[in-house]
Design a protein. Sequence first.
Length: 71
Amino acid sequence: MHRINPNKLILTKWTAVAPKQKERHFIVTKLIRAEDETIIACELEAVINKNSYTIDWQELKETSNWLMGWQ
């Protein structure tokens, strides 16, 4: 499990362990915050085709799904 500071997620690079539709490499492009300014989600953009996905930022902690950096 990765230790992640959610405030420093913007523009970080991630690799999907099990790529779908050849989308393997992603960049965090946006942080979604609650009214009390806590981060609740992030937007990942696929490098290959610029598709965007919103996920719970804590999913990035799971090493079975995500690797930090581009592998």
